[in-house]
Design a protein around this ligand. Structure first.
Ligand code: ADP
Length: 346
């Protein structure tokens, strides 16, 4: 199927240009439910023209009946000044939680994909050294390549650039991290990854922080110039107590908190049709009012959401038209506008 799609794009010239679509194709993924294509945005174009997407859709539809998702990435020519302190990365957003298991990693990955669908170059750094879940959630387990200078080349999947401590250690290895080891592992992940190795810079790097407010979180906060942090929590008081600690930590180190995401907000029972608020109702909403922080969105508990994480098939890509994917798009749009405002004032 992949070669048929490439073939269908072979002679396609992007409307209004002399550019061959195939020359700009950067990534292609075909599965049972959809086709996912990532193109480089041509030099001198700030955004993709709607007619290009239509032309590509039409060409692909000749050889395949599956839904097609198309994303354009900005090309190398538009080099921007990095304000993140990390080479090849423009903005860094930390995804944090006080408590483990509230869905921080799942939210981080799906949010990264939603952000990408807005046309941005996006990467994910899974800095959860205690329990890296990016390998399972993406189905990537290989060790990354290293250059002779010992710099790491991030993996590419779903159009994202990915790095995780989980790529470096055997799957079931037990690692006991102590203070200095934590700092040096995190420092290495921040400084030694060649995010722009292919000549393309990242607009946004999402860092999936370990839960809590310990050494790793502080090291990241101090070593990179975070554009902001997003706090993930459930509505339950036990999770909120820890979320408050995380908020305090970021405030102490002067990192803006972009907002709160409530995960597992409710469960819609497919059997009886009723909604259950398993972790109570309005907890994160009320907390966001107390903290004067925006509630960016609420993600319900969903069986398919959990299944796609286990299978390495991100929910956002598998179910692009699902209401949960709409929530991710909405959050991504809010973050994009907050960050552009910050960049203007910063
Ligand atoms: P954390 O990074 O906070 O430890 P994870 O993202 O690893 O949390 O999620 C913990 C578990 O909960 C995983 O099995 C994940 O698939 C599942 N999960 C997370 N969010 C949801 C959700 N909204 N609906 C169903 N399962 C979820």
């Amino acid at each position: 199927m992949e070669s048929a799609i490439r073939q269908s794009l072979h002679d396609l010239v992007l409307p209004g240009t002399t550019l061959l679509a195939l020359n700009l194709l950067e990534y292609i993924q075909v599965d049972d439910t959809k086709i996912f294509l990532v193109f480089k945005l041509p030099d001198d174009f700030a955004t993709a023209d709607k007619s290009w997407e239509k032309a590509i859709q039409n060409a692909c539809e000749q050889v395949c009946a599956l839904p097609i998702m198309i994303t354009f990435h900005r090309h190398k020519a538009e080099q921007k000044k990095s304000i993140s302190g990390i080479t090849g990365v423009h903005h860094v957003i930390a995804v944090a939680s006080g408590k483990g298991g509230v869905g921080k990693s799942s939210i981080c990955l799906n949010l990264a994909l939603a952000m990408q669908s807005l046309g941005l170059n996006v990467g994910v750094l899974d800095a959860d050294i205690y329990g890296p879940s990016l390998p399972t959630m993406t189905g990537v387990f290989e060790k990354p390549e290293a250059t002779p200078q010992k710099k790491l080349i991030p993996h590419h999947k779903f159009g994202l650039k990915l790095m995780s401590m989980g790529f470096m250690v055997p799957k079931d290895a037990a690692i006991i991290w102590r203070g200095l080891m934590v700092q040096s592992a995190v420092t290495q992940m921040l400084g030694d990854v060649l995010w722009d190795h292919d000549g393309t810079e990242l607009d946004i790097l999402f860092i999936d922080l370990p839960p809590g407010t310990g050494d790793a979180q502080l090291t990241i906060a101090q070593k990179s110039n975070l554009s902001g942090a997003v706090i993930t929590t459930t509505a339950q008081e036990l999770a909120l107590i820890d979320a408050r600690r995380a908020i305090k930590m970021f405030e102490k180190v002067n990192i803006p908190i972009l907002g709160i995401i409530e995960n597992m907000s409710h469960f819609h029972c497919p059997g009886c049709g009723l909604d259950s608020h398993i972790f109570t109702k309005d907890g994160a909403h009320d907390e966001s009012l107390r903290q004067k922080l925006p509630l960016l969105g609420e993600i319900p508990i969903d069986i398919a959401f959990r299944e796609s994480a286990d299978k390495g098939e991100p929910f956002f890509l598998k179910y692009p038209s699902h209401p949960i994917s709409d929530v991710f798009i909405n959050i991504a749009q809010q973050l994009q506008s907050k960050i552009s405002k910050e960049a203007m004032h910063g």
